[in-house]
Design a protein around this ligand. Structure first.
Ligand SMILES: [Zn+2]
Length: 557
């Protein structure tokens, strides 16, 4: 085997932002894609629902792609898979059992589940490719069946942590096995790629056990209906709720389709053993005393139309909140959602309910390792090279600093960003090339992409409104015979509209008069449409301080 070739590592997403995790490992004629996630968009007011990696690099080399290796079932690790498959990148998907079910579920929604081959990734078992050998190692995270990857390459071993934390008392499974990572460190790790999400937190992350104990106290003391809002993918937390409910003699109902779906997937794999006899349907709520029921609900991010959001608006069919009800927001607020969540919490309080949320009560633990755990990971694996992954740019910088403090040589620590082409040799690890903006904006479930130009138009329409100038021209004489009519949308308030339209009409009338004179004198033809567009934009800029989109329409009859 020729090991003089460098190994290429190309992050398409997840470096410099939280979300859209996707990383390519390329050696010779082989490419592995580690994770293939999406990023929920902060451009949703422009119709952009989410962002996915740009697969151009992969498409140009699609015969080389030998597998998607998926570390766990979160959206920011699996969400772009349907788009990769639709784009024509065909390779088997390797994932652990629960992750596989989450992916199958997602691909079924897109009608793609039969177009791809699934290969089970068993913890501690190795999958061999031509140049790579990949083994999954169980880690603690806010979803079950999450894996780190030990990837043997012709140049040495790469440890990719996926998303992880170290939880001494997880509800399902056991604590991350430090010996496995320590063993890798002893054998020699060429490169560590490690989760940076929580680098800013200095205390050790809390355990599932802490949430369990808090839940137990709160559920037992509740005098009305209890609702727990959380991510639907956190079936471990759901499992805790079933167990506690059974213990204290309450029932559990699941609100939201994704909640029901994921609970079903977990049960398929033998989780949620306490659910039978405890789980009731939402329709069955009215047959139980309020205080005897816990509703586990979606909507922790105040998503429009979610069960909790509807309950807050007073629009939920089965849930009418009242004094004495208790609502636990058991998840973090994704940056960008805080204001919506704040508004929803206010609504919930207005119904008389008590709401416990992040800022006032600890009823959530993060799924990501904090500084001391990240340090431990570096010290266990003793990597030659280190690249921080999964984090905003400042997180990557802090994590890089931590690696230097933890014994990695300063020159062997690399802060890379999406689109970097990183070349690794036995002696070096450096960026050799950079691809611009490797991302695609997506709207709607059909996955239409939104180009930069379309986004620019939407932004302009949203901020500045639109003006139509309509007129009819005699096709033969070329003279304007009717109009101009001016129609505006989203421009000024009603009180100003009459005046501004009249003045705009005068502007256009003047242009038409000049145009008419030009026809009479056989002067060079005026570009009527363009002149109207320019003059109207100038007029609006002078009078209302903004340049709207102007569409002059001339009908030749
Ligand atoms: Zn995750």
């Amino acid at each position: 085997m020729n090991v003089t070739q460098p190994l290429k590592i190309i992050p398409l997403g997840g470096l410099g932002e939280i979300g859209m995790n996707c990383m390519l490992l390329e050696y010779d004629d082989e490419i592995l894609v580690v994770d293939c996630g999406l990023l929920f968009s902060d451009l949703d007011h422009f119709g952009v629902q989410f962002v996915i990696p740009d697969f151009t690099y992969l498409l140009q080399r699609k015969d080389k792609v030998k597998g998607f290796i998926i570390t766990h079932g979160h959206e920011d690790h699996i969400g772009a898979l349907p788009f990769a498959l639709k784009a024509g990148i065909k390779a088997p998907i390797f994932a652990t059992p629960f992750t596989t079910l989450m992916i199958r579920n997602r691909l079924t929604e897109y009608g793609l589940v039969d177009s791809v081959e699934f290969r089970e990734l068993k913890m501690r078992e190795t999958v061999a490719f031509k140049h790579f050998k990949v083994a999954a190692e169980s880690v603690n995270h806010s979803i079950i069946d999450a894996a780190a990857l030990m990837i043997d390459t012709p140049l040495g071993r790469i440890v990719h942590t996926g998303d992880f934390k170290m939880d001494p008392t997880p509800f399902y499974g056991s604590e991350i096995d430090r010996r496995a990572f320590g063993k890798a460190g002893q054998d020699g790790v060429l490169l560590l790629l490690s989760d940076s999400t929580n680098i800013e937190r200095c205390d050790h992350s809390s355990s599932d056990r802490m949430v369990y104990n808090k839940f137990e106290q709160l559920f037992a003391a509740a005098e009305g209906l209890t609702m727990v809002a959380m991510f639907a993918s956190n079936v471990g937390r759901m499992g805790q709720i079933f167990e506690i409910a059974k213990k204290i003699g309450k029932k559990v109902a699941l609100a939201g389709r994704s909640m029901e779906q994921n609970a079903r997937l977990a049960q398929e794999l033998g989780y949620h053993k306490d659910a039978p006899g405890i789980l009731i349907s939402m329709e069955d709520l009215e047959n139980h005393a309020r205080k005897d029921v816990i509703v586990v609900t979606s909507g922790s991010q105040a998503e429009l139309g979610s069960a909790l959001w509807r309950a807050a608006q007073g629009e939920h069919r089965q849930i009418k909140l009242q004094k004495g009800d208790l609502i636990l927001m058991s998840s973090r607020s994704i940056p960008g959602n805080e204001r919506g969540i704040g508004r929803m919490i206010n609504q919930l309080f207005k119904h008389g309910a008590e709401v416990l949320y992040e800022a006032v009560h600890d009823i959530h633990v993060s799924g990501h390792a904090t500084r001391p755990e990240l340090k431990e990971m570096i010290e266990l694996t003793k990597p030659k090279f280190f690249i921080p992954i999964h984090g905003e740019y400042r997180h990557l910088v802090h994590h890089a600093e931590l690696a230097r403090q933890s014994g990695v040589k300063a020159e062997n620590v690399l802060v890379a960003v999406n689109g970097d082409v990183i070349e690794v040799t036995p002696d070096s690890c450096r960026v050799v090339e950079h691809m611009e903006e490797p991302r695609v904006l997506i709207e709607g479930r059909e996955g239409n992409d939104v180009s930069k130009l379309v986004l620019k138009d939407r932004r302009s329409l949203g901020e500045k409104g639109i003006v139509f100038s309509l007129m009819v021209r005699n096709a033969e004489s070329r003279r304007i015979v009717s109009g101009p009519e001016i129609i505006t949308r989203g421009l000024v308030s009603e009180s100003l509209e009459g005046w501004i339209i009249e003045e705009a009409r005068n502007v256009v009338k003047k242009i038409i008069a000049e145009y008419d004179r030009g026809i009479g004198n056989n002067a060079p033809k005026m570009d009527l449409q363009e002149t109207i567009r320019i003059e109207l934009r100038r007029f609006f800029n002078q009078n209302i301080g903004k340049k709207p989109t102007v569409l002059p329409i001339i009908l030749d009859l």
